[in-house]
Every structure is written in structure tokens, then in C-alpha cells.
Design a protein around this ligand. Structure first.
Ligand SMILES: C[S@@+](CC[C@H](N)C(=O)[O-])C[C@H]1O[C@@H](n2cnc3c(N)ncnc32)[C@H](O)[C@@H]1O
Length: 280
């Protein structure tokens, strides 16, 4: 009897939690102050070649400013139909209806693959659900700027504080904005052959743009001490052994889906092309 009750309770809780997960999650409507909107778009490096998506677009100010002052095009999505109507009206009045589009849509169901820039002023719980989508859908080098809240367990590429002209309901007299540059997927095992040094295995550990590289193989006591990843641009510095001497080595290249390719410089002078392919 007790077991039946426990099973029933478990099933009800699981169903309730599944429902809570499926229900669109609402963040309240609070506007980003205009001076912060401009700083967010500057921090993202938004420009005419960018498609800007604002997730939870409120009165449309971020997408409209991106079109008006940065020459971008964009899309704002919001669950609130009235705010979407207001945004369309604001875009129309600014003569930007063609370049600033608005839809009634859940941020969690919005395709991010087209965006060069995504802006977010939503609650942390919603942001947490968007994080895997940022990595899976956005291309390396695309930028996300969050206002007030950050992405859990990732390190921002840049943090900026913006002093406000007037106190703000959500943020007091200062807003914090965070830049996240989408990194290439570098995690995993890679294999390269270096002239005169032999086979080199690289194991890359990755958490967003933070990477660590372990090396093994005959590659001449190859060690990586410091590595960076920004979009698809990867660099590292370390040492290797040649003719019994430990020499400094530096690499600068790009991460592609199936290969890492770039220039390895040894002892500041000899340089060689290094191509590593994914080990299966
Ligand atoms: C804090 S306001 C930000 C508005 C605007 N982005 C800005 O920065 O001025 C959050 C907006 O997100 C909308 N919103 C909340 N949850 C959402 C969701 N799951 N999908 C789409 N919009 C959502 C709300 O209706 C509200 O307009």
C-alpha cells in the first residue's frame, strides 16, 4: 500500500515537473535604459552585417536601436502580444519596419542560428535553458550580450558597468552587461604529425571559451601551458624538446569542425604549418 502511494506521488510530481518545464517561462517586462541598450550593442560589436535577435524584446527598443544606430537588421520575440504590437508600431514610426521584425514567440523556441548577435534581459532560470542552444545553434564568433544576469558556470569574455542617467526599477543606478563570444567546439581528441617530431596527440578540455590542452605521443616532449579560444581562433604557448634542448613553442590557428590548422613557431623563429584532425 505504502509502495503504491509512493509510486503514485512520484508519478504526480514527475508530471508536474514536466509541465513546469514545458510551460513558457515568463520574465517581467522591465525596459533596458537607452544608454545601456547602446552599450550592449557596442559591446557586441553590432554592425550592418549582423542579424540581431532580442529574446524577450519588450517594447522593441534593442532591435530598433540596432537597426537605427548600428545599421543592423533584426528580430524581437516576446510572449506578450500587446508588446509585440507596440514594437511593430515603434519600428513603423521610426521607418524601420522592414529591418526590425517582431513576433509573438517563446524565446525558448526561437532559432538562433541566423543571429550574429543575441541580446538577453531575462531571468536566470530562462537563461540557463538557453545556454545549450547558444552553443549548439550559434556560429563560432557570434556574440551574446546579457543585461544584469550571466550564464551559470561560463566565464564572460567581458563585463562592463554602465552608469545610469536615472535610477532604474530593476538595476538601481548602475547596470552590468556581459559579453559572451560563442566558441568553436574544440573539446575532444586531436592528432597531428609534426615534421621531425613525430606524432602528437592533443586532448582539449573545454568549458565555453576556457580550454586546457594535454599532449602525448612522440611529439618531442610537447607541453602546452596556456591556451585561449575566441570564436574559432585558438592560440597556445608552451615548450617542446629538440636535440636535447627545451624550446619555447607558440601556436596560432583556427578550429574547424574536423581540423585545427595554423602556424607553430618554435623558439621564436622556425615556423611550421600544423594540422590536427579529430581522432575517432
Ligand atoms: C526584462 S524585459 C526586457 C525587454 C527588452 N528586451 C529590454 O531589454 O528592454 C523581458 C521581456 O521578456 C518577455 N518574456 C518573458 N519570458 C519570455 C519568453 N519565455 N519568451 C519570450 N518573451 C518572454 C516579457 O514579456 C518581457 O517583455
Amino acid at each position: 500500500m505504502f509502495l503504491h502511494l509512493a509510486l503514485l506521488l512520484g508519478a504526480v510530481m514527475a508530471a508536474a515537473s514536466a509541465l513546469a518545464q514545458d510551460a513558457p517561462q515568463r520574465a517581467p517586462f522591465i525596459t533596458t535604459p537607452d544608454e545601456v541598450v547602446v552599450e550592449m550593442l557596442k559591446l557586441a560589436g553590432a554592425g550592418p552585417e549582423d542579424y540581431v535577435i532580442d529574446l524577450g524584446s519588450g517594447d522593441g527598443r534593442i532591435v530598433i536601436t540596432a537597426a537605427q544606430r548600428f545599421g543592423a537588421r533584426g528580430l524581437g520575440v516576446d510572449l506578450d502580444e500587446k508588446l509585440v504590437d507596440l514594437s511593430r508600431e515603434n519600428a513603423r514610426r521610426a521607418g524601420l519596419a522592414e529591418r526590425a521584425e517582431f513576433r509573438v514567440q517563446d524565446a525558448l523556441n526561437t532559432d538562433l542560428s541566423r543571429a550574429g548577435v543575441v541580446t538577453i534581459y531575462l531571468l536566470p532560470q530562462l537563461i540557463g535553458r538557453l545556454q545549450p542552444r547558444v552553443l549548439d545553434e550559434m556560429r563560432p564568433g557570434a556574440r551574446v550580450v546579457t543585461h544584469a544576469f550571466y550564464m551559470q558556470s561560463w566565464k564572460p569574455d567581458e563585463v562592463r558597468k554602465v552608469r545610469l542617467a536615472q535610477r532604474h526599477a530593476g538595476q538601481g543606478d548602475e547596470s552590468t552587461i556581459y559579453l559572451w563570444i560563442v566558441p568553436a567546439k574544440a573539446r575532444g581528441e586531436w592528432r597531428a604529425r609534426l615534421p621531425a617530431l613525430g606524432e602528437l596527440n592533443l586532448r582539449i578540455h573545454q568549458n565555453f571559451q576556457e580550454i586546457e590542452i594535454e599532449s602525448s605521443g612522440d611529439g618531442g616532449g610537447f607541453r602546452v601551458e596556456k591556451a585561449t579560444l575566441r570564436g574559432d581562433a585558438i592560440t597556445w604557448s608552451g615548450t617542446l624538446e629538440r636535440a636535447g634542448r627545451r624550446l619555447e613553442q607558440r601556436f596560432s590557428g583556427r578550429v574547424h569542425p574536423e581540423r585545427i590548422e595554423g602556424e607553430l613557431t618554435i623558439a621564436g623563429q622556425d615556423s611550421a604549418r600544423l594540422v590536427a584532425t579529430r581522432a575517432r
